[in-house]
Design a protein around this ligand. Structure first.
Ligand code: PLP
Length: 383
């Protein structure tokens, strides 16, 4: 276990986010909490237990390993849906445990049928259709085959959901593309209905779509980033605010990532700091060394750019972020010493370093930064 830093999760912030999402979507829309990528770096175990406390009983993951992590925490109390990869050898476990999964290829459908027959238990599937993202999903011209299979094997396949995913709903620039996808999805749904085949539910929205295109909410929304208190993009936030009288951000960042200073040193004018020549001390400087580097998920692209909080001051990263360490400028902080707290993401006194401001610097999305945070960092829920 790594002890150079700690991740704190704010229970109250999480509660507020879920409350906001519930009010926004209303009682008829189920919320599926998306916890892929180690719950966007927050820790799958902690997030699913907090989600469950807040009445969330549906979880979306990428693969079976994540499904098993949710299952280990919440047992049979919740529904788990795998949106991505199901290896052939995982099918048996999934079907036995009522773990639902996306199907986007006939080969997977026939394998699911075969396994279901062997187990004499229904596989619960969500048929993913291609509407314009061009990633995974059945093409419209494959639907007849799918329809025939689902009808023929209805003893072994439960057609739980029809679903799709939008290509970039977080940006207005993709408006026409997403709009077309919404229409295609409905078109395919109508086609199924005409063929006397109806899924129990329809779902398509991620965080961005749920706000930008409310008609995509349907029976269930798959919410990742917003439950963690972050907007998918500034555009989505602005779009949300435009529909509201009060201009207050309803989302609250759940994560705080903290470390401690491991050493403080003086640097003479004209010296370079760290590897190479990327930072030249143009005055006498005081530098704090932090035991966090890119191996812990603090991106190297934050070299000479990232900001951290120390003793209530905002400090800039100087030189390049190394594998296990980085250096920050503390010249203007009078009292600063070994073991003082360093906030990498989160608040200290009145200041805060948000994930979003980070991402602007490094041109990464919130998503990427969060999911890079090393899994080995200890997590703690704070009330
Ligand atoms: C990741 C993902 C989501 C959630 O996306 P957010 O933008 O974090 O809300 C929803 N659906 C699918 C298929 C996904 O892969």
């Amino acid at each position: 276990m790594h002890t150079n830093s700690i991740i704190e999760l704010n229970r109250t912030a999480y509660q507020k986010n879920i409350a906001f999402l519930k009010t926004t979507f209303g009682k008829k829309v189920r919320i599926s909490s998306v916890v892929k990528g180690n719950a966007y770096g927050h820790g799958i175990k902690e997030i699913v237990s907090m989600a469950y406390e807040n009445g969330i009983t549906h979880f979306s993951v990428f693969d079976m390993e994540e499904a098993k992590a949710v299952k280990a925490e919440l047992l049979d109390k919740v529904t788990i849906m795998v949106m991505g990869l199901v290896q052939d050898e995982d099918l048996e476990w999934a079907i036995t445990n009522d773990v639902e999964f996306f199907v986007f290829e006939t080969a997977r459908l026939t394998k699911a049928v075969k396994t279901a027959k062997k187990l004499n238990k229904k596989a619960i599937v969500h048929i993913e259709v291609e509407t314009g993202m061009n990633r995974t999903g059945f093409e419209k011209n494959e639907m007849n085959k799918v329809i025939a299979l689902l009808k023929k094997e209805k003893e072994y396949i439960f057609f739980k959901g029809l679903c799709t995913h939008y290509a970039g709903a977080e940006s207005i620039a993709n408006y026409y593309r997403v709009d077309k996808q919404i229409k295609r999805f409905d078109d395919i749904y109508q086609y199924l209905c005409k063929n006397d085949l109806k899924p129990e539910i329809k779902h398509s929205a991620c965080s961005a779509a749920s706000i930008m295109f409310p008609e995509t909410r349907m029976d269930m929304v798959r919410i990742g980033i917003m439950q963690y208190g972050l907007w998918p993009s500034p555009e989505v936030f602005v779009n949300y605010l435009n529909t509201k009288k009060s201009k207050i951000d309803p989302l609250h960042r759940v994560i705080t990532w903290k470390s401690k200073i491991m050493s403080v040193k003086k640097v003479a004018i004209g010296d370079f700091i760290g590897y190479g020549t990327s930072f030249l001390a143009e005055r006498k400087m005081k530098i704090a060394v932090i035991p966090i580097g890119y191996s812990h998920g603090y991106s190297r692209s934050l070299s000479n750019q990232g900001r951290v909080l120390i003793n209530g001051h905002r400090c800039i990263v100087v030189g390049s972020v190394n594998m296990n360490m980085m250096t920050v400028d503390v010249t203007d902080i009078e009292i600063v010493k070994k073991d003082d707290e360093v906030v990498l993401i989160g608040s200290q006194n009145e200041l805060s370093v948000s994930v979003a401001s980070f991402s602007d610097f490094s041109n990464q999305l919130n998503y990427e930064l969060l999911t890079r945070i090393s899994k080995t960092i200890p997590h703690k829920i704070i009330d």
